[in-house]
Design a protein around this ligand. Structure first.
Ligand code: SAH
Length: 251
């Protein structure tokens, strides 16, 4: 029987534009202690492996060296079906909000059914931008002291990695809910959703709607409506198809 923890191979931790090499190494270590291995870094740094990151990764140098580096977030998320964004901020993020334990429960059936999920971690000083959070399906906040709620980047990775492992452990005491994701329920890939949003945005620009109505905020709200609906890949194809055919009919 495959090891229950092997589903953690489908879990991807994405560091968005980290400034400290040491944090990248510590994040690799945090992941390895909990059985995660796929680290991705969105950065303009040429190489993320140096003396500082290596020193803090300790026995997890393999995770650090195998980490993939991307120039843009969209490239890093190409094969992902569920994206979670972490933030110490509570307000102004209009996404379904989860604590780490609940988020791990939500993520588990996806990774157990071989779909890839990502958790995004932001910059040490400024976190994730609103635009980056718009790429996410859910928001994870680690409950903390309201007077000082900002954890160190790698420690946030540790908390989430720990909860994911705990979720697997709890599920392995129950019969694992495999195969309840038939093709009709499979989540769309991030790149397919982005293509769909691009299609909506382009058409709303072409008809002049977005120019008059503040491009960014309207698109953000449209994205949120679709994100809340938790569409399957099949449903996305239907919505996309109906909109495209209505457009074709009008021309
Ligand atoms: N001032 C920044 C803090 C950045 S800390 C902000 O307002 O977001 C670096 C990263 O660690 C954050 O982007 C987030 O990914 C994670 N993080 C820190 N504290 C967190 C918390 N309480 N809940 C969720 N994520 C947190």
């Amino acid at each position: 029987m495959a090891d229950n923890f092997s589903c953690l191979d489908n879990m991807i931790m994405v560091l968005v534009d980290p400034s400290h090499y040491g944090n990248i190494g510590s994040a690799a270590r945090a992941m390895k202690t909990m059985g995660l291995s796929d680290l991705r870094v969105v950065t303009t740094k040429e190489c993320i492996v140096n003396d500082d990151s290596l020193a803090l990764s300790k026995g997890a140098a393999d995770i650090l060296k195998n980490a993939r580096v991307f120039a843009t977030l969209d490239e890093a998320l190409e094969d992902i079906t569920l994206v979670a964004g972490t933030s110490a901020r509570m307000r102004s993020i209009e996404l379904p909000l989860y604590q780490p334990r609940e988020a791990a429960e939500k993520i588990l059936p996806h990774i157990a059914n071989n779909m890839k999920c990502a958790i995004l971690f932001g910059r040490e000083r400024t976190g994730l931008t609103n635009e980056e959070l718009q790429r996410c399906d859910i928001h994870i906040n680690i409950d903390a002291n309201p007077e000082y709620s900002s954890l160190n980047l790698a420690m946030s990775v540790q908390v989430l990695s720990y909860e994911l492992r705990q979720a697997v452990l709890r599920a392995s005491e129950l019969p694992l809910v495999k195969n309840d994701y038939d093709d009709g329920l499979r989540k769309p890939k991030h790149s397919d959703l982005e293509q769909f949003y691009g299609f909506i945005e382009q058409n709303l620009k072409d008809c002049g709607f977005l120019k008059e109505n503040h491009n960014g905020s309207v698109m953000g709200q449209i994205r949120r409506v679709y994100a809340k609906s938790d569409m399957s890949a099949h449903e996305l194809r239907i919505i996309y198809g109906t909109l495209a055919s209505m457009l074709k009919h009008r021309h």
